[in-house]
Each structure stands twice: as C-alpha cells, then as structure tokens.
Write a protein that binds this ligand. Structure first.
Ligand code: HEM
Length: 240
C-alpha cells in the first residue's frame, strides 16, 4: 500500500515535469521554431494555465467521486502551475528583455494584457507561499478565504491569454468554457449548502440548546435507567 502510493506520487510528479523535459530538448536541439522566445513564452504560459485548471478541477472531481485522497494532489498541482508561471515570467524578464528594467517598465505600461498576467502571478505567488502546513495553521480560518483567490487568478489569466491573442481563438475558448463549468459547479455546490444550512437553522431565529436529566424516570424507579439519559431541550430565543 505504502509503495503503491509512493509510486503514484512519483509517476504524477514525473508526468508534471514532462513538458519541461520536452521544452529543454527542443531548446538543446534548436527546435523551437522561427521565433524561439515567443515559443518559450507560449509553451510555458500554456502549461502553467493547464496545471492551474487541473488544480481547480480537483475539488469538483473530489465532490463527484467522493475520493478524499485528492486534496494532496491539489496542492502539488498548484505548486507545479506556480513553477511554470515563474519560468514564463523569468523568460519574459531575462531572455526577452535582458533584465533591462527600463524597457520592462515601458512594455508593461504599454501592454495592458501584461497587467493581468502580473495580477495573476502575484496571486499565484501568494497562494504558493501560503500553501505549506505551518502557513495554513497561522492563517487559520482566513486560509480558505485567501486560497479562494485562485478563481480571480484564473479569470485574470484567461483575460491575459485572450488579450494578447492574434490568431486562433479555439484553444482559449476551450479553457474559458472549462473555467465557466468549474466555477459554475463550485457556485452550485455553495448555493445548495447555503440552502441546506438555512433549512436546518433559519438565520433570523436564534435557538438555545440545553441538556437536562430526565428526572421523572429517576423518581419513578429510584435508579437512573437508560431512558433517564440527558435530554436535549431546543427552544427558540425571543430577542424582541
Ligand atoms: C508577470 C507576469 C506575466 C508576464 C510578464 C507575462 C507575459 C506574457 C507575454 C509577453 C505573453 C505573450 C507571448 C507572445 O505571444 O509573444 C504571454 C502569454 C501568455 N501567458 Fe503570460 N505573463 C505573465 C503571467 C502569466 C501567468 C501567471 C500565466 C498563467 C498562469 C500566464 C499564461 C500565459 C498564457 C496562457 C499565454 C498565451 C500563450 C499562447 O498564446 O498560447 N502568464 N504572457
């Protein structure tokens, strides 16, 4: 069992690095096409987006399949998305602009689609540094709220993708539809849970729950019987 789960981790980790291996081979064999820098941008950006979408798919898949073990993979896939996004940004800063900060500032100022890339990267970066267990512990209840920003990052990425595109719209449209489905699923589950909670305890009414022993039974028999266990009293609190 232990070795089987180690093997699964190993296979998934290796699979995540396959795109990087393929890109490295293409760099080494000078096989990136007519515009190698643009090809690098596109391939690293595309893979970051794909891993981000896979990360987003984990919770809906978990809800549908009821397989709890998927949570650990969500963190891993999120970190892989961050890894490819970092390479994408590094290529932009170093290979494309030779770390010329003046040139970078002008390009960012003149290309609004990059603003959304920057916004997405800041969010993904924040999620990556708050993903370890100790960060989860120190953020407490706020951790979930912070990590919901992944949806904002995904929306920023899809706009970043669309905005700079000149040609074929089929691929971004596919990712946009997937994102709408994943977001729609989460919203549907959230609405359903809210309705269920409202049905159980209407938020406008407050209740008081107290436990009291069933003293009547004790009086009758002298010794506490099974039925003389504590009784729950649920009463509505009138706040007027
Ligand atoms: C500081 C942040 C970022 C910068 C400066 C940046 C820069 C760029 C540039 C210059 C391009 C155009 C490539 C070209 O066609 O010449 C591009 C495209 C793209 N970027 Fe980013 N990006 C950033 C963040 C991100 C992030 C965080 C993601 C994904 C998680 C991402 C995903 C993409 C995708 C999918 C494309 C389109 C690739 C295609 O045409 O297939 N970018 N980015």
């Amino acid at each position: 069992m232990f070795f089987r789960s180690i093997n699964r981790w190993l296979i998934i980790t290796l699979a995540c690095f396959l795109p990087l291996i393929a890109i490295s081979i293409d760099i080494a064999t000078d096989n990136l096409g007519a515009d190698p820098i643009q090809a690098l941008h596109i391939r690293l950006g595309d893979w970051s987006l794909r891993f981000l979408w896979l990360t987003l798919a984990i919770t809906p898949l978990q809800t549908l399949s009821k397989w709890r073990g998927m949570t650990a993979y969500r963190q891993m896939l999120g970190l892989i998305a961050f890894f490819y996004a970092t390479l994408h940004v590094l290529v932009y800063l170093s290979v494309d602009h030779g770390l010329d900060w003046h040139l970078i500032a002008i390009d960012i100022f003149e290309s609004p689609y990059i603003w959304l890339g920057v916004l997405a990267y800041i969010i993904i970066f924040s999620l990556a540094i708050t993903s370890p267990k100790f960060a989860k512990k120190s953020l407490g209840k706020n951790w979930k709220k912070v990590h919901r920003l992944i949806y904002l990052a995904a929306i920023a990425v899809i706009i970043h993708y669309y905005w700079q595109l000149k040609g074929n719209m089929a691929e971004p449209l596919f990712y946009l539809i997937l994102l709408a489905l994943l977001l729609g699923f989460r919203i549907a589950v959230w609405v359903k849970n809210r309705q269920f909670n409202k049905m159980m305890i209407p938020s406008t009414r407050k209740i008081r729950v107290t436990t009291v022993p069933k003293s009547l039974d004790i009086k009758q028999s002298g010794v506490p019987s099974k039925s003389s266990l504590n009784e729950l009293i649920i009463e509505e609190v009138d706040e007027s």
